[in-house]
Design a protein around this ligand. Structure first.
Ligand SMILES: *Cc1c(COP(=O)(O)O)cnc(C)c1O
Length: 398
């Protein structure tokens, strides 16, 4: 179907929740996607930090095909091997002892919020249920997770919000200390704020937050939905930031494009969930788990993490050179292959210019460009992005 016709039908049949680029993608291969006319686009969005192995990775495709032919879904009334194996894989490579599977980031954070509340309730009784989150954070779009999200634009019109959330400035320890009371059950944050504009947590701050949590017996929840699965150059961002959480959530890259989310926790915290206290019909289904297992294997057994770390450094270096040469670039922020640049101009205009030149990038907020390519991105791909940005920014200065 021609793009124009598809656009019209989308307007007629879909709820209008998205602003989309004028592009209909039909196929993908590696770091490239293709439109109807066969036009090629270099993909620096990667399905918003999801397609970590790029498009059509043979091991992922094969795992999905095999599992689809064998068994797609059974519910959690029965045991399935892919779910248990994936849990083991995640436990073996993280601080966590136990995993709960669901289908998205928001659901993973719902599970984390429910787990923290239940843990606190079991230990301290009713009334100690508050969760402190960060201003400018993003945790999802369900009622609990949009309440956890410290951005009014996400919450507006959905009041009343869930009780028991408060918000403090990111990287501000004094504000956080003041917000933690005897009613606080948990502190929840992203090690790097992704949707909020790519802001990295200070190591020293995180260490102090961890100490505060220990002192007050408050749980520390890391939302690694965007930063996890190799995005920052290590499997999880907390490994580089020197602090372990009590609960961690994953989604986005976890299935390499197949929807799956996970909430991980230490044994002592995970005990708060007992049969019947939380559930999901689809969560951890064999198809999604087999896909995710394939992704984890490629990530851990191949050289992908090393490659991602090197490419992250290369991209960061290229972007800071770009900042040195172009006045419109105000700041470069990020870790690994989660990089952002703050601009003196409208980010959306740059997204459109890149699209016209065959490169997909993403703007988050009005002035920040975010780069979250597949982890298999190459130096050549990055050079092309940097050249294209340089062309666009030079025109701007004139
Ligand atoms: C994308 C994202 C979410 C929400 O994930 P969905 O799968 O869209 O529900 C939550 N937290 C962070 C940090 C994210 O980047």
């Amino acid at each position: 179907m021609p793009t124009e016709e598809l656009k019209q039908d989308a307007a007629r049949y879909l709820m209008q929740t998205y602003t989309r680029q004028p592009l209909s993608i039909v196929r993908g291969r590696g770091t490239k996607v293709y439109d109807l006319e066969g036009r090629e686009y270099l993909d620096f969005v990667g399905g918003i930090a999801v397609n970590i192995l790029g498009h059509g990775h043979p091991e992922l495709v094969q795992a999905i095909q095999r599992q689809a032919a064998q068994l797609i879904h059974t519910s959690n009334l029965y045991y399935t091997e892919p779910q248990v194996k994936l849990a083991q894989m995640l436990v073996d490579h993280s601080f966590a002892d136990k995993v709960f599977f669901c289908n998205s980031g928001a659901e993973a954070n719902e599970a984390a919020i429910k787990l923290a509340r239940h843990y606190s309730h079991d230990k301290y009784g009713a009334g100690r249920f508050e969760i402190v989150t960060m201003k400018n954070s993003f945790h999802g779009r369900t009622m609990a997770t949009l309440t956890a999200t410290g951005q009014e634009k996400v919450q507006k019109g959905y009041e009343p919000l869930l009780p028991g959330f408060s918000y403090v400035a990111f990287n501000n320890l004094e504000e956080l200390k003041r917000a933690v009371t005897d009613k606080t059950a948990a502190i929840m944050l992203e090690p790097i704020q992704g949707e909020g504009g790519v802001y990295v947590a200070d190591r020293e701050y995180l260490k102090q937050v961890r100490d505060l949590c220990v002192k007050k017996d408050v749980l520390l929840i890391f939302d690694e939905i965007q930063t996890g699965m190799g995005r920052t150059g290590t499997l999880f961002a907390y490994e580089q930031l020197g602090v372990q959480p009590d609960i961690m959530t994953l989604a986005k890259g976890l299935g390499g494009g197949v929807p799956i989310g996970a909430c991980l926790a230490t044994d002592s915290v995970a005990k708060a969930f007992t049969p019947g206290s939380h559930a999901s019909t689809f969560g951890g289904n064999p198809l999604a788990c087999a896909a995710s297992l394939a992704v984890c294997r490629v990530l851990l057994e191949g050289q992908v993490l090393d490659h991602a770390r090197r490419m992250g450094e290369y991209l960061a270096k290229g972007l800071s050179d770009c900042k040195g040469r172009h006045r419109v670039v105000r700041e470069v922020r990020g870790l690994g292959l989660l990089q952002g640049i703050e601009l003196d101009m409208d980010g959306k205009a740059v997204v459109s210019e890149c699209l016209a030149r065959g490169i997909l990038i993403n703007a988050t907020g009005e002035h920040v460009l975010r780069f979250v390519p597949p982890l298999i991105i190459t130096q050549l791909d990055i050079d092309r992005l940097l050249d294209t940005l340089a062309q666009i920014f030079s025109k701007q200065a004139a």
